[in-house]
Design a protein around this ligand. Structure first.
Ligand code: HAM
Length: 421
């Protein structure tokens, strides 16, 4: 019997790993420029953390978490997202006492039991930031600017940054109440999809971003009439837009962006890419001003985003490399048993001097060793035969120019380092 990856999970193979490493390195470099520090939290958390933060009535918590009871009868879930664990870590580790304003970033796998399709996985990877401890609209703008910078550095083009203002908790309640009334009208309710019929009572805001066409039609026809934002929330959002205009970030205000997580307040945003098809959100985020206090911390604002790396690489048109695998500076090709021993020593010396090199483990002919060198895209081949050992030197061949020179064993590392710098 052959084992296979679990549905909705995938291997990231050597041929594509450099794209992931490049993306992660670009993210780290960008976040450093904005003053963010990395945080790593466990992939498992108490299930209650997500019920409390993401929300009991959300699709993520209701249908998509990988939850189980462990041997100690504890309810545990694989993390479906990174914000709640980071807020938990911020409070549990008293980061608030070190500095109440914290800028944190994370890169790692998340888990959601969604129906797998192109760009939608059960284990996917997010890179994100959470800035905790400020209510300033300049922070919302900066978080959006960082996300735009990240998408740029990944090579994602042609995306639309959509923004909306959900208002504070009171505004959301007001909106929720009017939507409940609206969706309970017979003529409106009858047009909603089955999911939205249920949402209309439990989480009516989610109806606003339902992807089903008939629901979109209902929302666009009736929703305009609802006015729910307080003056402070209106001003906050206007200020966010002013900051974005200052640095010429392109965006579109879209009143139907509500996001699938309950903790959001005020600014929410989503970057979507037409080329991705149905799963078109490459990244998203927003402000969550009540989450810290709801979880037992101080009353303080926070804002963040997460970009899906799997999706961003698809959106950037990245395809696995042709050959992939390791690339080495030098391929050492010994001819014969004595030469192999010498080559083994040379290999250790070169590696200790910082030169990447490899050898053929099967002691094959020079011709097949040259083929291996080509496969590894070696820049130099170092040929060691009995003659060379007698003379105390090796033949160093430049694979591009085909030029070959003899170099004494004790000068090899210096000679190669001089050529590859
Ligand atoms: P989210 O919108 O649920 O937000 O996820 C953010 C991004 O993760 C999505 O835009 C998408 O690129 C990627 N993603 C989500 N689900 C999948 C999936 N099943 N397969 C592949 N990619 C996926 C959050 O998770 C929030 N925690 C973002 C945030 C941070 N808000 C504030 N701070």
């Amino acid at each position: 019997m052959k084992y296979k990856t679990i549905r909705g999970t995938r291997d990231i193979l050597p041929a594509e790993i450099s794209q992931w490493q490049d993306a992660e390195n670009a993210a780290r470099e960008l976040f450093k420029r904005y003053g963010y520090s990395e945080i790593r939290t466990p992939v498992m958390e108490e299930t209650g953390l997500f019920i409390k933060s993401v929300g009991e009535d959300t699709d993520i918590v209701k249908k998509e978490m990988f939850s189980f009871r462990d041997r100690g009868e504890r309810d545990i879930s694989l993390r479906p997202e990174g914000t709640a664990p980071i807020v938990r870590a911020y409070l549990e580790n008293n980061l608030v006492n070190l500095n109440p304003f914290q800028k944190l970033y994370y890169i790692g796998p998340m888990f959601r039991a969604e129906r797998p399709q192109a760009g939608r996985l059960r284990q996917f990877h997010q890179v994100g930031i959470e800035a905790i401890g400020s209510n300033s609209p300049a922070l919302d703008a900066e978080v959006i600017i960082v996300m735009a910078g990240l998408l740029d550095s990944f090579g994602v083009k042609n995306y639309t940054m959509k923004l909306n203002n959900l208002g504070c908790a009171d505004d959301k309640k007001k909106l929720s109440k009017s939507l409940k009334e609206l969706f309970s009208k017979k003529e409106v309710a009858s047009l909603l999809c089955d999911d939205c019929k249920r949402r209309a009572a439990t989480n009516p805001l989610r109806v606003l971003d339902c992807k089903i066409e008939s629901c979109k039609v209902v929302v666009r026809k009736y929703f305009k009439e609802v006015e729910f934002l307080c003056a402070d929330c209106k001003k906050h959002f206007d200020d966010v837009l002013k900051f974005l205009d200052l640095v010429k970030i392109k965006y579109a205000v879209d009143p139907y962006i509500v996001r699938g997580l309950d903790y959001y307040t005020r600014t929410v945003f989503e970057a979507s890419c037409g080329s991705l098809g149905a799963q078109n959100a490459v990244g998203a985020g927003g402000r969550y001003d009540n989450l810290i206090s709801d979880m037992g911390g101080p009353v303080t604002g926070a804002c963040g985003f997460a970009v899906g790396i799997d999706r961003a690489l698809i959106a950037a048109g990245k395809v696995p490399g042709e050959t992939g695998g390791a690339k080495v500076d030098v391929f050492v090709a010994p001819l014969g048993e004595e030469a192999y021993k010498k080559a083994f020593l040379v290999l250790a010396d070169l590696r200790a001097s910082g030169i990447s090199c490899d050898i053929d483990y099967e002691s094959r002919s020079l011709k097949s060793q040259m083929r291996s060198a080509d496969k590894l895209k070696a820049r130099f081949v170092l040929i060691i035969g009995d003659d060379e050992i007698k003379k105390g030197e090796a033949a160093l061949r430049n694979m591009q120019t085909k030029e070959q020179v003899c170099v004494s064993f004790d000068k090899l590392a210096a000679a190669i380092n001089g050529k590859i710098e």
